[in-house]
Design a binder for this molecule. Structure first.
Ligand code: SAH
Length: 256
């Protein structure tokens, strides 16, 4: 596994696998609600974007915990958007929530249309600084951005975990560095907090175990699929071993 990284697996393989998982990244409803508690002034006319929404886990929490207003959940993967739209139908929320296929680096919102731009565990796809800078034009003055991202929790860390992240996401940074980037991009950093360990172990890694088994059975003999599962297992093992050194952090900023 030494030289493998998640980049070697096709997008289809990854989407197919994660469509069967309850979450597509570490997190939990408590984290979504906590981040939302720092966002003030939402009302029935508010427009909220949920970028890189995956299968809509946090879209549901956003919809259930905002007073009213419109939510546009978008993702590049069609399969996820199908899931989001069937979830919205089940919840009877089609009047205010909509899932659309759109890339986070070419958004069709109007300038200053959004009261809140949400992006949970997905900003790495565009890049932290680039995303914050590009998205700002779509947010109203006084509106909010809320993004979560993998970060280093310490200044120094063991070589094994440093190498693992250098290989899969070399842009990973410390919390103070990310906060400085939020500020530099034109937002007041109103809050940041670290996800609890349950967000990784109970909500993200544990539910993958049965999905892994089924995925390997369905793709028996497929080297790419086996390699991908190997990487997912390694990722979970790295977290258990090195969770003092890295984690996920929510950053909430207010556009000025
Ligand atoms: N927010 C979800 C999903 C996070 S996983 C959760 O926390 O559970 C990252 C998501 O980003 C995936 O759903 C992936 O399909 C999506 N993605 C990748 N590149 C993208 C892009 N350019 N534009 C929009 N979404 C993208």
């Amino acid at each position: 596994m030494d030289n493998e990284s998640i980049h070697e697996f096709s997008v289809q393989t990854i989407v197919k696998y994660f469509a069967d998982c309850p979450r597509q990244g570490p997190g939990g409803p408590e984290m979504t609600k906590k981040a939302l508690s720092f966002v003030k002034g939402l009302n029935k006319d508010s427009v909220i974007a949920d970028l890189g929404c995956g299968a809509g886990t946090q879209t549901k929490v956003l919809a259930e915990n905002t007073p009213a207003g419109q939510i546009i959940a978008s993702d590049l993967a069609e399969l996820f958007i199908e899931r989001v739209n069937s979830l919205i139908n089940q919840l009877g929320m089609n009047d205010r929530v909509e899932g659309v296929v759109e890339s986070m680096d070419s958004l069709s919102f109007e300038k200053e249309q959004l009261d809140l731009l949400w992006c949970e565990g997905a900003i790495y796809n565009i890049g932290f600084e680039k995303g914050l800078e590009y998205w700002k034009q779509f947010i109203k003055p006084g509106g909010y951005v809320a993004v979560s991202e993998a970060v280093w929790l310490t200044v120094e860390r063991p070589e094994e975990i440093q190498n693992f992240w250098n290989n899969s996401y070399p842009d990973i940074a410390t919390i103070p560095n990310r906060l400085a980037q939020v500020q530099k991009a034109g937002y007041v950093p109103v809050a940041s907090f670290v996800y609890s360990e349950e967000c990784w172990i109970d909500n993200y890694h544990a539910p993958q175990e049965p999905v892994m088994e089924k995925f390997l059975k369905d793709n028996a003999g497929n080297k790419e699929a086996e390699g991908f599962i190997g990487f997912q297992k390694l990722e979970a093992e790295m977290y258990r071993k090195y969770k003092d050194y890295y984690g996920y952090v929510f950053f909430i900023g207010k556009k000025i």
